[in-house]
Write a protein that binds this ligand. Structure first.
Ligand SMILES: Cc1ncc(COP(=O)(O)O)c(C=O)c1O
Length: 443
């Protein structure tokens, strides 16, 4: 691969090589990341990127789209079958544009919308104050309770009082199963559109290890690059329930994408989606999804046994939120990064610090499960995390301004680079990475 880049652009080639080395020699624990097959990569690198095709199959604004129409229809049909829905739009460039298209299709500027609070795991596009979705719409946010589960009493109370036009169920850092049925009942009571954002758990739903929202919600949005293991893209779907509520939803969602918010679709990515949907329809994918959840459970148990506190006291999906001490998520991220484990710092419910210097880290198993790892390896990874926590446990971030904290973290990273303990952990992770190389083919 990359023969032509090497010849034509050695500087970029060197950088791609370095990133490939990083991915090969380390383990990716960011729950929203995965490793795609070579077939998905080939589709993304194909000449389909050359073609403009604004519009939809059979109704384009450009000529020469007969074959592109077939490719987009193939992706749509495969997605419909995979999720069991009557309508799919595969053109959103990613998860955020997919969500934006839902607002355009269902709301007017200023309408009330409801989503999960960012600190409690919700996504920016579900009405967080710094997102355009809270600037154009009137957003109210619900929370999780002490047990880490969505507080359904609050959801119902808020829905009855606020009468939102649209309710989101779905999140970016939530280790529990989503109560789609209960949300469906609440949305029905207040006549709101209910949208499930399954960006994180799409692969688990397809694999049968998470309840499907299809019977309970009107619209579904997703990314295709997380547990679903496809290219970086988004998708919207309408369920039978949604069609009954509003038969024009497919038309509205199509025009919310084009001309509402996007131009030409990324045909190379849509082709790669078709490849990934085919892969996800195979029995091996079900096994994969099952193993993701088993691995997350095994990792969570290992951490707990060794005194690390988890939000919700564990996980029911692919994702774990570990508490690191007030404001110490960044310390954990840095030590683990140096040890070869990539994680991201994250807020926790009732965050005692701030979103910039939060108190947790988010861990996930989709990528390491793609490499073939099982429960035994989770124990080894868990042990490395426990030892890494020991390294920063007695440190505190300075109380002062953000710039002082950033300086402290910069120095901390430099200091631990040569730390013997960290080097020892790095060796263990490198051995695991070598024993479980990145695979070429999954099916
Ligand atoms: C629940 C959820 N929705 C939407 C998105 C947005 O996806 P993207 O980053 O592709 O725009 C994410 C990404 O993290 C997510 O977790």
């Amino acid at each position: 691969m990359y023969k032509n880049i090497e010849k034509q652009d050695p500087k970029l080639f060197g950088l791609i090589q370095k990133e490939e080395e990083r991915q090969r020699d380390g383990l990716e624990l960011i729950p929203s990341e995965n490793i795609v097959s070579k077939a998905v990569l080939e589709a993304m690198g194909s000449s389909l990127t050359n073609k403009y095709s604004e519009g939809f199959p059979g109704a384009r604004y450009y000529g020469g789209n007969e074959i592109i129409d077939k490719i987009e229809n193939l992706a749509r049909e495969r997605a419909k079958k995979l999720f069991g829905v009557p309508y799919v739009n595969v053109q959103p460039y990613s998860g955020s544009p997919a969500n934006l298209s839902v607002y355009i299709a269902t709301c007017e500027k200023g309408d009330k919308i409801m989503g999960q609070h960012l600190f409690d795991g919700g996504h920016l596009t579900h009405g967080w104050k710094s997102s355009i979705t809270a600037k154009f719409f009137n957003a109210v946010q619900y929370h999780v309770g002490e047990d880490g589960r969505i507080d359904l009493e609050e959801v119902e109370r808020m829905a009855m009082e606020e009468k939102p036009k649209l309710i989101w169920v779905g999140a970016t850092a939530y280790p529990k199963e989503f109560p789609f049925k209960e949300f469906g009942e609440i949305a029905d009571k207040v006549g709101a559109y209910l949208v499930a954002d399954i960006a994180h758990i799409a692969g688990l739903i397809v694999g049968g290890v998470h309840v499907s929202p299809v019977p309970y919600v009107d619209i579904i949005t997703t990314t295709t690059h997380k547990t679903l293991r496809g290219p970086r893209a988004g998708m919207t779907m309408v369920t039978e329930k949604g069609l009954k509520k509003d038969p024009d939803l497919p038309k509205k969602l199509d025009s919310a994408i084009m001309p509402g918010s996007q131009g030409g679709p990324h045909n190379h990515t849509i082709a790669a989606m078709a490849v990934a949907f085919d892969e996800a329809s195979k029995p091996e994918f079900k096994e994969y999804a099952k193993q993701i959840v088993k691995n997350a459970h095994a990792l969570a148990e290992r951490l707990k046994e060794n005194g690390i506190e988890l939000v919700g006291n564990g996980t029911e999906n692919h994702l774990i939120l570990a508490k690191c001490g007030k404001g110490k998520g960044a310390l954990a991220e840095i030590v683990l990064d140096e040890a070869g484990l990539t994680v991201n710092k994250n807020t926790i419910p009732q965050e005692p610090a701030s979103p910039f210097f939060p108190s947790g880290i988010r861990l996930g198993t989709p990528s390491i499960t793609t490499r073939g790892m099982k429960e035994r390896e989770m124990e080894k990874i868990g042990d490395v995390i426990v030892e890494a926590f020991e390294i920063f446990k007695d440190l505190e971030l300075p109380d002062g301004k953000g710039s002082e904290k950033r300086e402290f973290l910069k120095n901390f990273r430099e200091e631990i680079k040569g730390n013997e303990k960290v080097l020892e952990l790095r060796k263990k992770i490198l051995k695991l990475a070598k024993d479980f190389p990145i695979p070429d083919f999954f099916v």
